[in-house]
Design a protein around this ligand. Structure first.
Ligand code: MN
Length: 160
């Protein structure tokens, strides 16, 4: 991103500033939309979906997305979902996979901070949640999700 910044003067171009709003340099293309759906199925869980490479990478988080540092929640990776799922809420009729009620809990943009073989560090900037999160793989489909640090403006607090 330093070359991008060197070639552009913020006052003379409407293009986004490199790293605007964050101190993190992002690899090109490593941003996208995200959605978190509250899914009242057989058991209540939250589905975290990150847009990447034209699909939504997905995790089911039974205890919900942590809202303070130090709390680690199991996240079970599930199948990639189509992008249209970003907008989905409604009733999945009885007898179908995931039968129950889906409602959008939060949505916004995410940005990759660092990807390693078994971990993903990323920013979430949503309407409800915002902060730097980490997913660490602990098994085939099992990951741990935790909040590494809330964003400085305190937006990680839930809206009341
Ligand atoms: Mn689900």
């Amino acid at each position: 991103m330093s070359e991008y910044g060197r070639k552009r003067h913020p006052a003379r171009t409407p293009e986004p500033l490199p790293g605007a709003g964050t101190r993190v340099d992002l690899p090109p293309g490593a941003t996208g939309r995200f959605v978190i759906q509250e899914h009242q199925a057989r058991r209540l869980h939250y589905d975290l979906r990150l847009e990447q490479d034209g699909v939504l990478r997905s995790w089911a988080v039974p205890k919900g997305i942590p809202t303070r540092p130090g709390v680690r929640h199991l996240a079970i990776q599930t199948e990639d979902h189509p992008l249209a799922y970003l907008e989905f809420e409604g009733e999945i009729p009885p007898g179908n996979y995931g039968a129950g009620t889906v409602r959008i809990f939060d949505r916004g943009l995410w940005a990759l901070v660092r990807a390693r073989r078994d971990s993903l560090r990323f920013l979430l900037v949503g309407e409800v949640l915002s902060g730097e999160y980490v997913l660490v793989r602990t098994g085939q489909e099992h990951w741990l999700l935790f909040l590494r640090k809330p964003l400085a403006d305190g937006r990680s607090a839930r809206r009341s």
